[in-house]
Design a protein around this ligand. Structure first.
Ligand code: GDP
Length: 325
């Protein structure tokens, strides 16, 4: 890691983590507490991030110096394609409200989180930052992608017009503690952990997966994401968004086999090809953040062992939606 002095040290700063109950937000909170920050959070029962006046009033009162914008309406391939209005409206309005209020309140640094789905469906792989807006998006998640592209542009626009130090980071597919294990709404990593654990518990010999199992994805452990975001907040200031991934891709079938191994389940998989595959491949080019001095510390096996352990310890049988027990 670089020994250059930090551009923007976080230690001792008042930092608002928007979306602290989500998987990414809670990992950022864990990481910032180690960093000696004064971490601010607000629950959705107290403030609806979709209400501009409420966001402005809360920020004027609490005066964060730094914001990690991890609040979003998120979900897997099924949620994304069946709830287009929510994915577009919620995410656009949350980003707009927070970025604009951050400018009005003189926030010194804002880190906006996006997603690798911002890139064109058939982008050359690995996907570098400059491929943004060079081709059509993947239809199963275009609503979320359009909102996140707008988020990148918001950061750029406020930087250009008002000199705000707002940056955007684009993580690849995430997994880890605090994921959404709902089988209809969640992403593949959480769904497979839940399905495989259920099969192990009940002695089932088959687990059904969506699609063909052939698509390739890159999976980043969420605590590594939090580490990268702190790294970028302290060391990066610029208009261009930055990819955050591992550089390693695995097929959905390969992922299922890895999770089965970690869980100690030895059944087999059936593929439901009536369900969509989504993007054929989504590998990020991580050379920009690597050149700054950051690479993901956790390997896939260790990360999934931790994620599986977390799931088993935190979600007793019967609390799962979407699983018939
Ligand atoms: P994506 O990365 O935006 O496509 O979102 P997901 O993480 O939801 O899905 C990734 C891939 O995993 C797609 O090809 C899905 O069809 C496949 N997949 C296989 N089984 C499942 C499952 O049980 N749930 C989800 N969400 N995806 C699955």
């Amino acid at each position: 890691m670089s020994t250059e002095p930090l551009l923007f040290p976080l230690r001792g700063k008042r930092v608002w983590v928007a979306g602290h109950r989500g998987m990414a937000g809670s990992a950022i909170v864990r990481r910032l507490r180690k960093e000696g920050c004064d971490v601010l959070t607000v629950g959705r029962d107290v403030m609806d991030l979709r209400r501009q006046a409420d966001v402005e009033a809360w920020m004027a009162e609490t005066r964060p110096e730094v914001i990690f914008l991890a609040a979003a309406t998120v979900g897997g391939i099924h949620a994304n394609s069946t709830r287009p209005a929510e994915f577009l409206y919620d995410n656009l309005v949350i980003e707009t409200n927070i970025v604009h209020s951050a400018y009005r309140c003189g926030v010194k640094k804002l880190v906006l989180l996006g997603s690798s789905c911002i890139y064109p469906r058939l982008a050359p792989q690995p996907m570098s930052e400059d491929l943004l807006l060079t081709g059509p998006l993947e239809p199963t998640n275009e609503w979320y992608a359009v909102a996140k592209i707008a988020g990148i542009k918001l950061c750029q626009a406020y930087r250009r017009q008002y000199g705000c130090d707002f940056i955007a980071a684009m993580p690849t597919n995430l997994y880890g503690p605090g994921d959404n294990f709902d089988l209809q709404q969640g992403h593949v990593a959480a769904a497979l952990i839940a399905k495989i654990h259920q099969a192990k518990r009940t002695g089932a010999e088959t687990v059904e997966l969506w699609g063909t199992g052939a698509p390739l994805r890159e999976f980043l452990f969420v605590d590594d994401l939090a580490d990268a975001l702190v790294f970028l907040a302290e060391r990066y200031s610029g208009e261009e968004h930055v990819n955050v991934g591992t550089g390693i891709e695995t097929s959905i079938r390969g992922l299922a086999e890895l999770i089965a191994e970690v869980a100690g389940w030895s059944g087999h998989f059936r593929f439901d090809s009536s369900k969509p595959d989504g993007s054929p491949r989504k590998l990020m080019d991580n050379s920009r953040i690597a050149a700054m001095g950051w690479t993901a510390p956790t390997n896939l096996r260790d990360g999934f062992a931790q994620a599986y352990r977390w799931y088993v310890d935190n979600l007793p049988a019967g609390t799962l939606r979407g699983i018939a027990s």
